[in-house]
Design a protein around this ligand. Structure first.
Ligand SMILES: Nc1ncnc2c1ncn2[C@@H]1O[C@H](COP(=O)(O)OP(=O)(O)OP(=O)(O)O)[C@@H](O)[C@H]1O
Ligand SMILES: [Mg+2]
Length: 501
């Protein structure tokens, strides 16, 4: 009988659970795709002692090392692929056999493929399990149906914390979990690098190691080219106006942080922010990450469609999966309308959209999706209706009182004393300005004042403001089009009681 009724859920890692399921299915042959064969070895060792009433011996084979038993005893005669399969066939009792890089013999030899099918018959129902590992998936058709295939995802928090505990010896559980959480998405080898780097800069493992760990992770992630770690954090206080969105965010933050204990349908999944360029969409996404206290990653849709990462559909799916491994995190799709268009359009883009809809529904709870869009006419209607976003916000040109707030934020950031400045008067010149234009006005005035060697004055600001031609004047039609479109489809980000839906 399988001894699996013990309470293992809490401490069992995702990897151990996945491999346990292979054993529980009773299938004698499994193929695990992973570049981390030591991890598989470790999980097999852990499971060997738990699965049945008595512990199973674990045998490990590779072409270079031959077959070894538990006491590292070499088994002569079982060095070749054929030899090890014969050994397994003749083995009298229950056991686990771990065959490393077995894709090569499978690819090369019809005899091995045939022998593996004999092994399937031979091991069935006898507690003899053969686990093949390889960094690539190669399963010839004649054995495919007898072999259970499994892909090992990177270690989860439990496994990573156990690894850190082994590597470092000491540190509180709190610190271990914190670091393990920051290291999500990396392999154990990569995590070891990150750890070394952190320990070089800090004597001992503690919260002070986090920045170094994240830096290393950022480097590793950015290497992929498709996903980028966004490092400039924005506090919610650095956004002027947009009170509706801010209020929503603070409410959702509580729900998100309690996500493991909540029913799936109330766990926040994501938000779509659309609106006029330069009014703070990107700013809001960065603030979400800070507010939820999570790292922010952005998906580069241009890279996905570049063809440099294989077919766009595959690259997109891979990026989404990779991000699930890195959860908890905020995932940002900027200009989502450029990559994801209607499912009805068919073809690659249609399939990507269809995948996105299902994925939004099923993805791990720890991932919050933030999508931003400018060209809303390109955005398929289903994205808004069925996009599975918790809310769709429209970021409009700032209202006068919001403009005052934005001015204050940017002036204060550049050390300008607000006492001598009458922002109300300035407002006469700023009708229809975006947040980006307000920032630009402040920067110009500060630069001029600096060159002239005096503090920024009211007149300086007015002088700059009077000359600025805002985007909303040159793009009047587009902006009223965006507004009309958004009015009935989205919630205004400005004020919870403002006009709109
Ligand atoms: N509400 C705001 N509060 C404070 N600053 C703002 C606000 N809106 C815009 N800004 C300033 O303008 C800059 C540009 O804003 P942001 O990049 O967030 O706009 P966006 O809506 O993402 O524009 P785009 O469509 O061009 O990507 C910000 O870095 C910020 O300095
Ligand atoms: Mg932007």
């Amino acid at each position: 009988m399988l001894a699996t009724t013990r309470n293992t859920e809490i401490s069992e890692s995702r990897a151990v659970r996945a491999i346990r399921e292979v054993f529980e299915s009773g299938r004698p042959l499994a193929y695990i795709r992973s570049s981390e064969e030591q991890r598989v070895g470790r999980a097999l060792g852990e499971l060997a002692g738990q699965l049945f009433d008595s512990s199973l011996p674990v045998w490990t084979w590779s072409l270079t090392e031959g077959l070894r038993g538990e006491a590292e005893t070499l088994q002569p005669g079982a060095g070749t692929p054929r030899g090890v399969l014969d050994f397994i066939a003749a083995y009298p009792g229950p056991a686990i056999f771990h065959l490393k890089d077995f894709h090569e013999p499978l690819r090369e030899s019809a005899e091995i493929r045939r022998r593996l099918r004999d092994i399937y018959e031979n091991c069935s129902g006898r507690r003899k399990f053969v686990i093949m590992t390889s960094p690539v998936r190669f399963l010839p058709p004649e054995v495919e149906r007898s072999v259970m295939f499994l892909e090992l995802r990177p270690p989860d928090v439990i496994e990573m914390a156990a690894f850190l505990r082994d590597e470092t010896g000491g540190a509180s559980e709190e610190v271990l979990r914190q670091l393990a959480s920051a290291l999500q998405g990396l392999t154990l080898d990569e995590a070891r690098y990150a750890l070394r780097r952190a320990l070089r800069a800090n004597r001992e493992l503690g919260p002070a190691c986090l920045p170094a760990v994240l830096e290393e992770k950022r480097f590793l992630i950015n290497r992929s080219g498709v996903i980028e770690y966004v490092s400039d954090p924005v506090g919610i206080g650095e956004i002027g106006g947009l009170d509706g969105l801010k209020k929503w965010l603070l409410e959702r933050r509580k729900l998100f942080q309690a996500r493991e204990a909540l029913a799936a349908d109330i766990v926040p999944k994501g938000v779509l922010v659309m609106g006029i360029p330069g009014c703070g969409k990107s700013l809001c996404v960065k603030a979400i990450a800070s507010c939820f206290e999570l790292p922010l990653y952005s998906v580069n849709m241009t890279e996905i469609f570049s063809g440099r990462h294989g077919k766009p559909e595959g690259a997109f799916v891979e990026a989404c999966r990779m991000m699930e491994d890195m959860a908890p995190a905020v995932l940002w799709f900027d200009e989502i309308e450029m990559g994801i268009t209607s499912a009805e359009s068919g073809g690659e883009q249609g399939r990507i959209f269809a995948f996105f809809l299902t994925w939004m529904q099923e993805k791990t709870r720890g991932l919050f999706v933030a999508a931003t869009a400018n060209r809303i006419d390109l955005l398929p209607a289903e994205m808004i209706r069925k996009g599975r976003f918790d809310e769709v916000f429209f970021v409009d040109l700032p209202q006068p009182e919001e403009q005052v707030e934005i001015f204050k934020i940017h002036l204060a950031r550049r050390g300008v004393d607000l006492a001598g400045i009458d922002l109300r008067q300035l407002m006469q010149f700023t009708a229809g300005w975006t947040g980006a234009e307000i920032e630009q006005c402040v920067v110009s005035a500060v630069t001029k004042a600096h060159l002239a060697g005096r503090p920024v004055t009211q007149d300086e600001l007015i002088g700059v403001a009077a000359k600025l031609v805002p985007l909303s004047r040159t793009m009047r039609e587009q902006i009223s089009h965006i507004r009309a479109w958004a009015f009935e489809r989205a919630m205004r980000a400005s004020s919870p009681s403002g006009p709109g839906r």
